[in-house]
Design a protein around this ligand. Structure first.
Ligand SMILES: *Cc1c(COP(=O)(O)O)cnc(C)c1O
Ligand SMILES: [Zn+2]
Length: 555
């Protein structure tokens, strides 16, 4: 395929190679991919109807030699869903949801990952470094695993543990950095440079922008399929607005490029407005926009629990989006975490779509802008929706799946600005705050079942032991709020564990639920009398009684 890279600053053109990150002429890292658009338009006209609906259907405008279906996992081709109930509620009937949850790892980062990893594979590169607020690393990890490429995933320590575990599950090396996301990016870049490794650079990564733009192509095709050809005679229909929650701004930068290309090829007549929604506690672009500034001042201490959106330094992405908005319409807006959670609930209740909080930010922005009259009731709106909920199995990994990096200055800075809330936020996400439950059972399946039931009902810190002796040690060390104890176990049975617990003042008062598969004799029952809070028969675990019991005992 024929493509080249043009420098956004001096216009110099070069061939593409993933390891070349600057313009050779002016050293700028801001470049974009160009294609033979006549050839692409001809290919699209002829071949699109026969091609399957995935990201590679737009191969003539992607920076790879050829699609590598060995790595394929269903990237792209996500549904465009009309939000009928929500539309009715908001008095805005033409709201469409681009359901990026249905990508291979449930976020729109799959587009960027699929394309980047395919390009690296083509170039024979076997290792890469990426800084991430979670979803990028998950997505890259999945594709890297398929491609046999090693990923060093640098994440902030605020990234939820399930996401970190998922990254580790795919075999990537998690490097957990105690610091802001901007600092994480910095040390990831330094690490990559030291080792001469390929390094993802967000909006400056050609393949990332190009991956995101496929969202625009799909939206145009899908709207046309659902609503028919536009009245003005052009080939594809476009929305009035594309709305996305924004951290580094990669998504909307890519999407806007997609629409521009379609317009240049004569496929569409109108480029939609771009709406970028940020979390209120980390909204550098919104501040700059409202003050009509050309550059966004960094937010040093992001104050949002929505870690995915914690890019404090937007850099040049802001300028690119601002120009886009000034040319084709659009705004930056921000919403609070609470508004996002509320929107998340509304979306789930009204449309059956469970989004992650970061995506809910876009929906909260939609609500706000409809109320403000910026989005008109007759406008056609497409909202990017991603939702990442898969919990990874901690047990599969064992311990030692992350390496910790504590940046000393950041630690001090945090201590000095305690009122800034970062420390408070940290203590809120730290597992210590969750009820602590020890599960002592020699059957793995039984432990897993209990854990699943507990996790389905909220957050717990769970300790597991596979025999009585180990269980006793864990209880003595961790002093949990509740113990779930099996009776028949090797090494030390449940009765002996109970005796030992009751013998020590530290552990005597911890409530115990005995779960057993065994029919108890009268003598055994009387042995348990007064020693435990509840007795559950195995096989009965799905009953609500179990959860009720747990909740009551934890109060
Ligand atoms: C990455 C991500 C964002 C932010 O996207 P950018 O285009 O990089 O600003 C928003 N929501 C979700 C769910 C994400 O994964
Ligand atoms: Zn240049």
């Amino acid at each position: 395929m024929s493509f080249r890279i043009r420098c956004l600053d001096c216009g110099h053109e070069t061939p593409y190679h993933p390891l070349t990150i600057n313009c050779p002429q002016c050293k700028s890292q801001w470049r974009e991919a160009l294609y033979d658009y006549d050839q692409a338009a001809a290919a699209f006209t002829q071949e699109l109807p026969q091609r399957r609906f995935d990201l590679w259907r737009y191969r003539e405008v992607l920076p790879i030699q050829k699609p590598n279906y060995d790595l394929y996992m269903g990237e792209g081709g996500t549904p465009l869903i009309r939000a009928i109930n929500m539309g009715m509620m908001l008095g805005c009937p033409n709201i469409y949801i681009k359901d990026e949850r249905q990508g291979p790892t449930a976020s729109f980062k799959d587009r960027q990952a699929a394309l980047t990893i395919a390009a690296l594979k083509e170039a024979g590169i076997t290792e890469l470094v990426a800084a991430s607020t979670g979803n990028v690393a998950i997505s890259y990890s999945a594709y890297a695993a398929r491609a046999g490429i090693k990923l060093w995933a640098f994440v902030t320590s605020l990234v939820p543990a399930v996401k970190m575990r998922e990254i580790a599950l795919y075999g990537s090396q998690v490097v957990k950095v105690t610091g802001s996301y901007d600092q994480v990016k910095q040390i990831a870049a330094e690490f990559a440079q030291q080792r001469g490794l390929y390094h993802d650079m967000g909006t400056r990564t050609i393949t990332s922008v190009e991956g995101m733009k496929t969202i625009a192509y799909e939206i145009a095709e899908q709207l046309t399929e659902q609503l028919g050809k536009p009245e003005d005679g052009s080939r594809w229909r476009t929305p009035d607005w594309y709305i996305q929650s924004v951290s580094g701004g990669l998504g909307p930068v890519g999407v806007a490029k997609g629409f521009r290309e379609m317009k240049d090829m004569g496929f569409i007549s109108k480029i939609p407005g771009t709406i970028a929604v940020q979390a209120h506690g980390c909204a550098p672009m919104v501040h700059a926009w409202k003050e009509d500034k050309e550059q966004a001042a960094p937010v040093q201490n992001p104050k949002t629990h929505i870690e995915t959106l914690a890019t404090g330094t937007p850099g040049r992405s802001y300028g690119l989006l601002r120009r886009e908005m000034k040319t084709h319409g659009g705004v930056f807006e921000s919403v609070t975490d609470e508004e996002a959670y509320r929107a998340m609930h509304v979306l789930a209740k009204m449309e059956g779509i469970s989004a992650e909080p970061a995506s809910a930010v876009a929906f909260a922005g939609l609500f706000k802008l409809i109320r403000a009259g910026i989005i008109k009731n007759t406008d056609l709106v497409v909202v990017n929706c991603t939702g990442h909920t898969m919990p990874a199995e901690p047990l599969v990994l064992g311990s030692g799946w992350a390496r910790n990096v504590v940046l000393p200055q950041q630690q001090e800075a945090q201590e000095k600005t305690e009122e800034e809330g970062l420390l408070a936020a940290l203590s809120r996400v730290a597992p210590d705050r969750f009820p602590r439950v020890a599960i002592i059972d020699d059957t793995l399946d039984a432990r897993r079942l209990v854990r699943r039931i507990l996790q389905s009902q909220g957050e717990f810190t769970i300790f597991e032991a596979s025999n009585g002796r180990e269980g006793l040690e864990i209880v003595q060390r961790e002093l949990p709020d509740l113990i779930i104890l099996d009776l028949m176990m090797p090494e030390m049975d449940g009765f002996a564990v109970l005796d030992a617990l009751k013998a020590s003042p530290n552990t005597a008062e911890i409530p115990v639920i005995v779960s057993t598969a065994k029919e108890l004799t009268g003598e055994e029952k009387s042995r348990l009398q007064g020693q435990i809070q509840a007795l559950m028969q195995k096989g009965d675990f799905m009953s609500d009684d179990f959860l009720e019991e747990v909740k009551t005992l934890l109060k």
